[in-house]
Unconditional design. Sequence first.
Length: 157
Amino acid sequence: MHPLYFFLTPIHSKLLCMPRADFYLIDKPRFREQPLLLVCELAKRAYAAQKPTLVLTRDFEQAEALDSLLWDFDEDVYIPHQLAGDDDDMHTAVLIVPPGVDTDDRPMVINLRDTCPPGRYERVLEVVAADPAERDGSRVRWAEYKRLGFELAKFDM
């Protein structure tokens, strides 16, 4: 046990936790055909775990497509979500963030961009399409997360 264990507040103990980056490599036909379905699955899991989540999209069109897909994704589950930029942002479980929109950090980030997200997060979920160019970019982000001290994991989806 850490010698300062009894003196730590909950905030301090969170600071001692190593952030984590999980790479989800799209492999299944269902996700190859529509990669945003995997993003919906991950957002659903984050919402079920009560983790406020940012989804960082590559562009505004992708943000709109994800917003639309989340409405129809699972008829049995409603995932509260919206495009970032409203006064309600802080009260929305899943916030879809296109480039150029500033938001506060959240514990969980689903990253669809080509670079590692700036900020402080407990967990980053990297969704990587089957395209070889995307796989190359994910290797660069993997190395960057490793350099930053993140715990890393890879999952074939």
